[in-house]
Design a protein around this ligand. Structure first.
Ligand SMILES: [Zn+2]
Ligand SMILES: [Zn+2]
Ligand SMILES: [Zn+2]
Ligand SMILES: [Zn+2]
Length: 208
């Protein structure tokens, strides 16, 4: 008969995780999506840009601080890494990142002797065998990522002429019927290399 007098904790449901449906978009401040989501009216609103309506605020705030003007920050699409980014990031030097792409099978197996585990050495496809990643312990997904680095790190661009496409990990945009690029950013993983075999690089829809 311990808890009959305190029913409150029984019905408390665990706090809901923050989901895109409950989160406010940092760009358009509506709920139901997040800023990187193309449902954002900032993405689809180019025909009909959200006019900065003067907010009707309760006038109890001191009149000497007017509300900050909403900045119009055009959303661009990077034709190298396929992230969407705001115009204001054009000059940021390190947001455009592409990992190396490695061969599916090792080019070299390092034997340490009987009773020791082997290492597998994988060559990159994009930068050749001079760029390698080592998997320790007989292929148990334990990769030495230190020093592997990135294939590209720099500024985003909307100019395909600036990009060295290689049909491996640096891929041209692939557009759907609405004209949007459907490629996903190959986000570098600190713990694991990217293997070319896992990259959806088919259907390059542009010539080069
Ligand atoms: Zn939004
Ligand atoms: Zn980029
Ligand atoms: Zn590379
Ligand atoms: Zn793209």
């Amino acid at each position: 008969m311990a808890d009959s007098g305190k029913p409150q904790s029984k019905n408390m449901s665990p706090r809901k995780p923050t989901t895109p449906t409950s989160r406010k978009c940092s760009r358009c401040h509506e709920t139901g999506h997040i800023a990187s989501n193309k449902k954002c009216s900032m993405y689809i609103g180019t025909r009909n840009p959200p006019t900065p309506t003067k907010a009707v605020l309760p006038q109890r705030a001191s009149p000497k601080s007017p509300p900050p003007k909403p900045k119009v920050d055009e959303i661009l699409h990077c034709v190298r890494c396929h992230q969407d980014y705001p115009q204001s990031h054009v000059k940021r030097a390190n947001l455009c990142m592409i990992p190396h792409a490695f061969e599916e099978f090792p080019s070299y197996t390092h034997f340490y002797g009987a009773g020791y585990s082997k290492d597998y050495h994988y060559d990159s496809m994009c930068c050749g065998p001079k760029k390698k990643v080592v998997e320790e312990g007989c292929g148990n997904d334990d990769y030495k990522m230190k020093g592997v680095g990135l294939c590209f790190r720099g500024r985003h661009t909307t100019d395909a002429g600036e990009v060295k496409y290689n049909k491996i990990n640096v891929l041209r945009c692939k557009h759907n019927e609405a004209g949007d690029c459907v490629r996903e950013w190959l986000e570098p993983d600190d713990d694991k290399p990217t293997f070319g075999v896992n990259i959806d690089n088919c259907d390059d829809d542009d010539d080069d």
